[in-house]
Write a protein that binds this ligand. Structure first.
Ligand SMILES: O=c1ccn([C@H]2C[C@H](O)[C@@H](COP(=O)(O)OP(=O)(O)OP(=O)(O)O)O2)c(=O)[nH]1
Length: 153
């Protein structure tokens, strides 16, 4: 199996002491759990967003890779805590702290405690588009249908 490995710098000394290091939860988990490296609880009111440090810094460097920050399913589905930017995209040339934008899309207040696992980081391969200006574009048999073109059922 060809598994890429990427060094992630751990900036916050509470990792490895107060909190476990961010980890892959199961043998085949694609996402590394990200913790809220807060110094005090964060009360996130309905509709509020906050930029939360992960306590990690990243420099992917390899242009063939990027990373995305995704919500945790349970937190998003049960408590409405998702990402303020939908998905966080980490470019290979970014070098700095990994920040997590948290959004409370629910109608109740939610407390994020220091060290809570609030999101996950997934590394992905990058394929870049090459643009070509053309006069015509032949559509396939499927045609240009999209956005619900084939119906619901
Ligand atoms: O959830 C996120 C999203 C991005 N970043 C970092 C890494 C990324 O490479 C950089 C810039 O992100 P992006 O390009 O999405 O930001 P932008 O607002 O589109 O542009 P700018 O580069 O001007 O900040 O910020 C994070 O730490 N967390």
């Amino acid at each position: 199996m060809n598994t890429h490995r990427l060094q992630v710098r751990v900036l916050d000394s509470r990792f490895g002491t107060e909190w476990p290091l961010p980890a892959y939860a199961t043998a085949h988990s694609a996402g590394l759990d990200l913790r809220a490296a807060l110094t005090e609880p964060l009360q996130l009111g309905p509709g509020e967003t906050a930029l939360v440090p992960s306590g990690l810094a990243i420099h992917i460097a390899d242009p063939g890779l990027c990373a995305v920050i995704l919500p945790r399913s349970g937190l998003g589905h049960r408590h409405g805590i998702v990402l303020g930017n939908g998905t966080g995209l980490i470019d290979a040339d970014y070098q700095g702290p990994l920040m997590i934008s948290l959004w409370n899309r629910s109608d109740s207040r939610f407390a994020i405690m220091p060290g809570d696992r609030v999101a996950q980081l997934v590394l992905l391969p990058v394929v870049r588009a090459v643009l070509q200006v053309v006069d015509t574009f032949e559509t396939s048999a499927r045609g240009e249908g999209g956005f619900g073109h084939t119906g619901v059922r």
